[in-house]
Design a protein around this ligand. Structure first.
Ligand SMILES: [Zn+2]
Length: 306
């Protein structure tokens, strides 16, 4: 009897220890929930919670879209899901390789969920593993504990449909744009498209792939039938007109591309272009000075060889 009580108490201790503070979610109705991270750069003191993290509840189970920048955030997302539903968590979808979107994956290993991503995601994760682990430990310290790379086993080369019961969700993989691993998720039932970082809202678009490829993907997204979109980062989604937001992003990318091309034509050095390219966009975007400079630094050397 005593042994049973002790075992019971220990189980209680363990379950109490593992309870994380649930993330605050915005309910969009129709079984869709989104957590909005804050707009900050990934640097010293970053807490791993800067993205939109979502889940969709179907009659058979749940799909999670992006898991946050560390195990702790992933666990808090898990806790938020359990406040809404006890259905099995079937799929963990990563919209692309960036560390702020993927390092919560390990918090869902216990669910035996299937991890899903772009066909190029496993390779991209492997190549970036050491750098991401080192930098995130340095930035996040203790907050990064237990975080690890968890690669997808179900890969999307072009399109793939997942069944959540009363709703099917369509995953689409893209050629290199924001990164080389961009994936969107479309839920027909609610006419909602998760764009990952193919659509930036409020926060300055950051380019880690191919600016011209991204502009081509934006043209493709313009024809998408979705009424609503959930970008990779944003504050509230109320009253958001995503096609207008896509136009803003397109305007920034074209301005940046043209300004850098002009700098190169004039023979200006990259350091000068870092301060002047896309300067007309400065008032429209958050984190502009940091991200825009980084973009010029990434793109300028590639455009020199056009
Ligand atoms: Zn990203």
């Amino acid at each position: 009897m005593l042994r049973r009580i002790l075992i019971g108490l220990c189980a209680l201790c363990i379950s109490e220890l593992s309870i994380a503070t649930p993330l605050i979610m915005e309910s969009l109705g129709n079984g869709i929930y989104v957590h909005h991270g804050i707009h900050e750069d990934m640097t010293e003191g970053y807490k791993g919670d800067i993205c939109n993290l979502s889940f969709i509840v179907g009659s058979k189970g749940i799909a999670v879209i992006d898991t946050g920048g560390n195990f702790k955030t992933g666990q808090s997302l898990h806790e938020a899901i359990r406040q809404v539903s006890n259905l099995p968590i079937l799929y963990i979808i990563n919209t692309h390789v960036h560390p702020d979107h993927i390092f919560g994956n390990a918090a869902f290993l216990k669910d035996n969920a299937i991890f899903v991503g772009h066909a190029k995601l496993p390779d991209a994760m492997e190549r970036r593993r050491d750098g991401y682990m080192r930098l995130n430990k340095q930035w996040q310290g203790d907050d990064f504990k237990e975080s690890e790379i968890v690669k997808p086993s179900l890969l999307v080369k072009d399109k793939l449909t997942l069944d959540l019961g009363d709703r099917a969700i369509l995953l689409t993989a893209y050629p290199t744009a924001h990164t080389n691993t961009d994936l969107t998720v479309y839920d027909k039932k609610s006419s909602t498209l998760w764009t990952g970082d193919l659509l930036f809202v409020e926060r300055t678009p950051s380019i880690d792939g191919d600016i011209k490829g991204w502009l081509a993907v934006i043209n493709e997204l313009k024809t998408n039938e979705a009424e609503y979109a959930i970008p990779g980062h944003s504050s509230s989604l109320k009253d958001a007109n995503w096609k207008a937001q896509l136009n803003n992003e397109e305007r920034y990318l074209w301005t940046l591309l043209n300004d850098i091309r002009n700098s190169i034509k004039k023979g200006e050095v990259m350091e000068k272009a870092m301060g002047t390219a896309a300067a007309s966009e400065r008032t429209y975007w958050q984190l502009f000075d940091i991200v825009n400079r980084r973009n010029v630094n990434n793109i300028y050397p590639l455009l020199e060889w056009e």
